[in-house]
Design a protein around this ligand. Structure first.
Ligand code: SF4
Length: 398
């Protein structure tokens, strides 16, 4: 399928006399590599701004600033969250032969060869395809994903949780009925949310979680709904009734020690035709403690640009934050409550036009203040054992 800006890369579109570049040396880059391999094609280069290695899958990695030497190359955009951003950057760099992965994502590959994260993204390919096909202009306001936080309570206490649950002394469920008005207002302003993610803490701790699906499943603006669980709670009938709806997919995090509970959950989901995916984790990453670092602006920009959480806009208690770390860092008082760090969708003294302006402002920022309390999150950073359990809540300096 072709859209206004990119064509779908197929075997027939491949021109052996042209260079082939895969832009994105992360999960979609990995999927592109294996699907191209199935078609007997090897890319000449990967392009990526964050990776610090010179080779990815034995293919040389170039940086975006080098693209002016490859203007006639065929370039496959291997990223969903940054698809539109990369497309604009390529057009600005004078590259014309731009391709999406819509066809490649339907090429059958042995998913066993993929890393756990890549296999997860391969399974929810419709989010990529919807983004690649979407209308995109200055007037459009699209979000690759928005996370609706339904609770700060969790059944696990993971030392390195990126959502900062390990710092909560008194976790609480969010009052969904109360904050529905703010999310309704958000939906009035956006064109598309490609993936609405429901998460916590552990989302099934909040037994009203199902209401979000009930309210928003049929919204045209929302293309897909994902629920992120650690598999330790069997949802009740109300929740199951909504989880089995068409747009919904449950992501179950497999940390090894929770496998018995996951087995029970899978049995319930299978019986009720709930679509789910179990993701084992190879590793987590450490974003450091919650103390202020006093970075320069350049350093904050550097971390933000490479951060894979920066498109994880989080709707939490009526406010839309740029990332979960900012949402929870401000909520627990580790970071100052600065108005520019979020959009307060419950503030009725502000008109909808102003809310739209603030949303666009957040969408276009090149760093946020919260980055000064963070070591950054990128796919190529040092790796930690996932979900190490602790018995106490953490201090900001830990
Ligand atoms: S605070 Fe900045 S660097 Fe850290 S996760 Fe959020 S956007 Fe990324």
């Amino acid at each position: 399928m072709a859209n206004r800006f990119t064509s779908s890369f197929t075997k027939n579109s491949y021109d052996k006399t042209s260079e082939l570049i895969v832009y994105g040396a992360s999960v979609y880059g990995e999927i592109a590599f294996y699907t191209l391999q199935t078609m007997g094609i090897k890319p000449d280069f990967f392009c990526d701004r964050a990776i610090e290695k010179d080779y990815y899958f034995d293919v040389k990695v170039i940086r975006p600033y080098e693209l002016n030497l490859h203007k006639n190359a065929m370039i496959i955009i291997a990223s969903s969250d940054y698809f539109q951003e990369i497309r604009k950057q390529l057009i600005d760099a004078g590259c014309k032969n731009l391709y999406n992965m819509n066809y490649l994502l339907n090429v059958k590959i042995d998913t066993e060869v993929l890393s756990a994260r890549a296999a997860d993204f391969y399974d929810k390919k419709e989010a990529y395809i919807a983004i690649a096909n979407a209308e995109d202009s200055e007037e459009c306001l699209n979000f690759p994903r928005i996370q609706f936080v339904v609770t700060s309570a969790c059944t696990l206490k993971c030392r390195d949780c990126t959502a900062l649950m390990q710092y909560y002394k008194t976790p609480q469920n969010s009052d969904l009925e109360l904050y529905k008005a703010g999310f309704d207002r958000l939906l009035k302003c956006v064109n598309t949310i490609f993936d609405l993610r429901i998460l916590g803490g552990e989302p099934f701790v909040n037994r009203d979680m199902y209401k979000i699906i009930e309210w928003y499943h049929d919204s045209d603006e929302i293309k897909m709904i994902s629920v992120f669980t650690n598999g330790t709670i069997i949802p009740d009938e109300n929740n199951i009734g909504q989880l089995k709806r068409e747009k919904v997919r449950v992501h179950i995090s497999d940390y090894g020690f929770n496998r018995d509970k996951i087995l029970k959950l899978k049995t319930v989901f299978d019986k009720n035709n709930v679509r789910y995916y179990v993701q084992p984790y190879d590793f987590w990453q450490d974003s450091g403690n919650l103390l202020k670092r006093n970075y320069t602006k350049e350093k904050k920009r550097y971390l933000f640009e490479r951060c894979r959480e920066r498109e994880c806009f989080s709707y939490f208690n009526g406010r839309l934050y740029h990332c979960p770390r900012a949402a929870h860092g401000i909520n627990i008082g580790a970071m100052p409550d600065i108005k520019e760090e979020y959009v307060d969708l419950m503030d009725n003294s502000v008109c909808d036009d102003e809310i739209l302006r603030q949303l666009k402002f957040q969408r276009n920022r090149n760093y946020i203040d919260a980055c000064d309390y963070c070591d950054g999150v990128d796919s190529h950073k040092s790796k930690l054992e996932p979900a190490i359990q602790i018995s106490h809540y953490k201090k900001f300096s830990e």
